[in-house]
Design a protein around this ligand. Structure first.
Ligand code: TYD
Length: 220
């Protein structure tokens, strides 16, 4: 079990969840964390934007500032990401815990990149500034028909800018994440997100077992 291990102990694994709004990420984050915990592994959940106190404040600013300049938006997101990374991601990983994160920098590539026109190059520049070469060990990209995610979202009746999206935007976001899964296939896997929560969880588990199965042994 040498893969990615720092000297002095086995590093934990970092799993991120990505996908459009309304695809059920948060539920699957919870279900996966529970399953890992039931296996005896130590697990932390975090999310972006947010995770820690400062990140949650930045999240509140983003959610309450419709029409924010896209560059300002991406800078705030990466500021929150840096806080999350150094406080909520790296320390538990170094202690051998698994960390499951609801969204990570792929979301910026889709929302601020594809949707708001910030270049992929600039986003990757910020990514490198914030976390260097660090990458998730596994990224689950939840994929679902735009009509279904849009319907689910409207049932939640959310009115903030981030959630109030039309079908075309859902379609664009879906395509963006499909592309992410393709470009980062070394770490990312596209998972069909329709069907019951249990069915989706089992699809995710199969992928995790295949890609990270050798790390599913809890330390004594
Ligand atoms: P999310 O937490 O998934 O939504 P919810 O509020 O329903 O739990 O994400 C909030 C919004 O933040 C979502 O619409 C996507 C957006 N977002 C970005 O635009 N860029 C990013 O880098 C991240 C992490 C999120």
């Amino acid at each position: 079990m040498e893969h990615g291990a720092p000297s002095g102990g086995e590093r934990g694994r970092f799993v991120t969840f990505e996908g459009g709004d309304g695809v059920g990420k948060s539920t699957q984050v919870r279900l996966l964390a529970k399953k890992l915990t039931d296996l005896g592994l130590k697990v932390k959940i975090t999310r972006e934007p947010g995770g820690d106190e400062v990140g949650e404040k930045i999240r509140a600013v983003l959610k309450s500032s419709p029409g924010l300049d896209p560059l300002c938006e991406v800078l705030l997101l990466f500021a929150a990401r840096r806080e999350n990374f150094i406080r909520r991601v790296l320390p538990p990983l170094e202690e051998g815990r698994w960390v499951v994160c609801d969204r990570f920098y792929d979301s910026s590539l889709v929302y601020q990149g594809i949707l708001k026109g910030i270049s992929g190059e600039d986003i990757m520049l910020l990514k490198r500034l914030v976390m260097g070469d660090f990458e998730p060990d596994l990224t689950i990209v939840l994929d679902m028909a735009a009509e279904t995610s849009a319907k689910r979202l409207s049932e939640r009746n959310s009115s903030d800018e981030y959630d109030g999206m039309n079908i075309e935007r859902h379609q664009q976001i879906r395509k963006g994440f499909q592309k992410i899964a393709e470009i980062f296939s070394f770490r990312a896997a596209l998972v069909k997100a329709d069907g019951s929560e249990a069915a989706v969880a089992s699809r995710i588990w199969k992928i995790l077992e295949k890609r990270l199965g050798s790390f599913l042994i809890s330390s004594p």
